[in-house]
Ligand binder design. Sequence first.
Ligand code: APR
Length: 225
Amino acid sequence: MIRLNDFRRIVFFTGAGLSAESGVPTYRGKGGLWEEYDYREYACQRAFDRDPGKVWDFHDERRRFIAAREPNDGHRIIASVPGATVITQNIDGLHQRAGSAGVLELHGSLWRVRCARCGTVTENPEAPIRSRRCACGTWLRPDIVWFEDMLDVETMRAAGDAIARCDLLVSVGTSGVVYPAADLPRLALARGAVAVEINPEETSLSPLYTHCLRGSASEMLARML
Ligand code: APR
């Protein structure tokens, strides 16, 4: 069994499956968010330009739902590993609520908003948000990387640096179908790191990994402790 304390520079690369045990639906597969909602209507810039109120209703519902959820043991174990870097695709903020610091949020956050006109990005924990407009009158946009959006260059650079230095990458609860995020395990392996996949199901990236642990995030992470 792979043991976390056999490694010095650990990166946790996480996806929606980690938050599943907190009751937050994943995106794909049975009960997945995109099974119920068409992301072209709720999670892309074109939908926002077409009907910002509708897109905000969807994200406000997500704020309400996630504000009522708690981090789980998987989040807490990750937060307890000294010096580990967390690179997440999740926008729910549960890593931070479990105590992880310096979390690299590749796909942004549900709890930040930005104004396209002023260029300001602001933390906003309200659920639902009180004002959907900036002081300048422009619609605020959730600071989330939606489909067809570019990822933040600084965040990707910091993620690349952490991957280049790591000796262990632990991928937790991601289907590995969204790029460029899904390139990170391959990058770690190319740099000579050990890479472990934690997922109850096989994924398109499974053949790449050094080890695949078929089980839930909290159960498998506890075994690695
Ligand atoms: N523990 C570990 N893994 C789990 C668990 C669990 N308890 N429950 C489900 N999983 C796995 C599923 O088997 C699946 O492979 O989590 C994965 C979730 O996959 P997705 O729903 O595709 O989520 P993710 O990979 O994070 O999506 C990537 O896609 O929709 C966009 O921007 C969004 O960040 C998101 C990106």
